[in-house]
Design a protein around this ligand. Structure first.
Ligand code: SF4
Length: 172
């Protein structure tokens, strides 16, 4: 086969074959998609458990479920190092101001998951002492139903959030 020249390189292929080879081997993307992909793969949740749902959240990070498969094993003890707040459990009226303060201390962009029916809507605690939905305090991105939601349900909610992060505008 005659040696052909393509962009100054002798490859022994026709220009069409080389072009096809380049298209197969080169990953083309946009900055938005690259940033979205990197963000979704490196979310750091805040260490913040409120009630019985927190036990399920903790087991999500343990060996049997292994959140680190999605780059999330680093539960951070400081809100300033976290970009995900998992509100796991009922929120009492007394806890509402600290919860908002933790959210405010997290750097942008930040996301919130309401884990369980109590955090999402008050659950069985329809009384004046419990917040009837954490979305009255902070914006919620994903609601995970159940009482308590199993680790698999939390992980499904996290995957939904990751999809949202991947496809959202990174520079909002
Ligand atoms: S949803 Fe159920 S498990 Fe979770 S905090 Fe409420 S009562 Fe507890």
């Amino acid at each position: 086969m005659p040696v052909e020249r393509f962009e100054g390189v002798h490859l022994g292929r026709t220009p069409e074959e080389v072009e096809e080879e380049v298209e197969r081997g080169v990953l083309l993307t946009t900055l938005d998609r690259a940033v979205g992909w990197a963000r979704k793969q490196s979310m750091w949740p805040a260490t913040f458990g409120l009630a019985c749902c927190a036990i399920e959240m903790m087991s999500s990070g343990a060996g049997q479920y292994d959140l680190s498969r999605w780059g999330m094993e680093l539960f951070r003890a400081s809100p300033r190092q976290s970009d995900l707040l998992i509100v796991s459990g009922r929120v009492s009226q007394k806890m509402a101001p600290p919860l908002r303060r933790i959210y405010d201390q997290m750097p942008e962009p930040r996301w919130v998951i309401a884990m369980g029916v109590c955090a999402s809507a008050g659950g069985m605690f329809t009384n004046y002492a419990v917040v009837q939905g954490v979305d009255t305090i902070v914006p919620v991105d994903v609601y995970v139903p159940g009482c308590p939601p199993k680790p698999e349900m939390l992980m499904f909610g996290i995957l939904k959030l990751q999809e949202k992060v991947r496809t959202s505008e990174p520079f909002r």
